[in-house]
Ligand binder design. Structure first.
Ligand SMILES: NC(=O)C1=CN([C@@H]2O[C@H](COP(=O)(O)OP(=O)(O)OC[C@H]3O[C@@H](n4cnc5c(N)ncnc54)[C@H](OP(=O)(O)O)[C@@H]3O)[C@@H](O)[C@H]2O)C=CC1
Ligand SMILES: O=C(O)CCC(=O)C(=O)O
Length: 475
């Protein structure tokens, strides 16, 4: 049994979470202790008790611990990648890539602990100086989703700790294994008791206890419905909040796009990681002149994608992560057909050699902006192609969404790329690249319904994990 980490001690819990491999339901990845609301309250109390001493540690002490954690993650990337692929279902190369990203994140924030920000200014009054500095916010709650079981915990926990906060992390119940491995690494890297707590179990049980136990800030990644509810609950409690939620990201293919490059961007953005990325290209908006050639080639490539066990080196697309997610995907496929879109390929549950949640990637053409599959986040391997009259029409379709996380364009024209970069209503813009797959050292986040609060990652993470103090010094 893998226990919760509360106040520096590994503690059991009932009932156990049985972590199963979505590629093979007969493969049990491990058993993990399910925490109670009381466990959550104890974890927050421990973090609050640890905060005064941890917030006064030197940047060097914090940098050394984060650097050691990053080194261990990188040294164990094959083993941790295998664990991640087994519990979440992304292919092994994708899983190793994610673990590598997590290791780099810890090493980056080890450096950020040392690169402190502050300003010394003259006051507008004579004989007075003004000192502006940043301080940690206190105890930070982290609620993480199932689709990036180690990278998202890493990109929330690393800056929180680097800037002197204490952490209570609740990972998604579906994928506790990678979060547990991260907690074990941080514990052994030398964090004092209570500075980092891992509380596994159901969000509906543990979320309210987390919010009521006295945290100063909450960082959440997951669905829009849960995020918006949490933000309202945080507002009445005065908890600082950061939300990363869904996307309905457009990939715009202009008439002058390089065909093979554009198809590659669409395949990667729509179907890699089984389409389970908030940055996935679920709307592919194609200008009239290139539309038919592009769609023919994309359908050919989609139909040829090899779906299989995440650890099989021949697999290009792993299973869907869970039964409810697979059922939701197939329901969206049905809605697409019922509303008149043409299903060019895929969209079926597959029975393979092992019992898993396999689905053939679904490609729809002839989609209109009002269709459900053009509007709602699906979070699976289902892509909708929309035909645009020209670039201006395509841009208008791209921005016609309640979301605004990522937006991509494939074009050979610098003028179009520049225009799109300026006018896409999204937090991240990709030119001749897939909409998904981001760097760890630059800001991550979106606009409209996708995000709320300061950006995550890179040096911009300081905005959420610190609070500014302005001191007036009489001379
Ligand atoms: N932006 C993104 O990266 C993600 C988007 N999604 C979207 O959400 C859909 C549903 O996925 P789902 O996993 O149910 O997403 P949720 O938003 O429900 O889950 C995300 C996290 O929030 C937790 N949670 C759930 N309810 C509460 C609550 N009341 N209080 C506090 N925490 C809570 C979950 O815990 P637990 O699951 O353990 O109960 C999990 O840790 C997907 O199909 C996709 O569209 C999902 C994941 C990531
Ligand atoms: O595209 C990426 O690299 C990150 C995606 C992501 O953070 C998410 O899906 O939650």
């Amino acid at each position: 049994m893998h226990c919760n980490l509360i106040n520096g001690e590994w503690r059991g819990g009932q009932p156990a979470i049985v972590n199963r491999n979505p590629s093979d339901l007969d493969d049990v990845v491990g058993e993990y202790a399910s925490a109670s609301a009381d466990d959550m309250r104890e974890a927050v109390a421990a973090a609050r008790a640890a905060f005064p001493a941890w917030s006064r540690t030197t940047p060097q002490q914090r940098a050394d611990i984060l650097d050691a954690a990053g080194n261990e993650i990188l040294a164990r990337k094959q083993e941790l990648g295998t664990l991640l692929a087994r519990e979440e279902g992304k292919t092994l190369p994708e899983a190793i890539g994610e673990v590598t990203r997590a290791g780099h994140i810890f090493k980056f924030f080890a450096g950020e602990a040392l690169r402190q920000q502050g300003e010394l200014l003259d006051s507008v009054r004579p004989g007075v100086e003004v000192l502006i500095s940043r301080e940690p916010v206190g105890v930070v709650g982290l609620i993480t989703p199932w689709n990036f079981p180690i990278a998202i915990p890493a990109w929330k926990a690393a800056p929180a700790l680097a800037f002197g906060n204490c952490v209570v992390m609740k990972p998604a119940e579906l994928v506790p294994g990678s979060a547990w491995a991260l907690a074990d690494i941080l514990h052994r890297a030398g964090l004092p008791a209570g500075v980092f707590n891992l509380v596994m179990g159901s969000g509906r049980v543990l979320g309210p206890a987390l919010l009521d136990a006295g945290i100063a800030a909450l960082s959440f990644t997951g669905s829009q419905a849960t995020g918006q509810r949490l933000a309202a609950d945080c507002a009445v409690r005065g908890i600082k909040v950061q939300l990363e939620m869904g996307g309905k990201n457009p990939l715009l293919v202009a008439d002058d796009a390089q065909l093979e490059q554009a198809v590659e961007c669409a395949i990667n953005g729509a179907f890699h990681s089984t389409g389970q990325r908030c940055t996935a290209s679920s709307r592919i908006i194609v200008c009239h002149g290139i539309h038919d050639a592009f769609v023919a080639r994309l359908a050919e490539r989609t139909a040829a994608l090899r779906v299989g066990h995440a650890l099989d080196s021949a697999s290009q697309i792993g299973p869907v992560a869970s039964e409810p997610q697979l059922a939701a995907n197939l329901d969206y496929v049905g809605k697409g057909q019922a509303q008149g879109a043409s299903l060019l390929c895929g969209g079926e549950r597959l029975q393979l050699a092992t019992r898993g949640y396999y689905q053939s990637p679904a490609l729809f053409a002839g989609c209109t902006p009002e269709m459900t599959i053009s509007r709602e986040e699906i979070f699976g391997p289902v892509a909708a192609v929309l035909r645009a009259d020209d670039y201006e029409h395509a841009l208008q379709l791209a921005n016609d969404t309640p979301f605004g996380l990522a937006a991509g364009i494939c074009t050979r024209s610098l003028a179009l790329a520049t225009h799109f970069r300026r006018h896409a209503e999204a937090g991240m813009v990709m030119v001749n690249l897939p909409t998904a797959g981001v760097d760890y050292h630059v800001p991550f986040g979106g606009r409209k319904g996708s995000s709320h609060g300061p950006r995550e990652q890179g040096r911009y993470a300081a905005e959420f994990y610190t609070t500014v103090k302005t001191a007036y010094l009489g001379l």
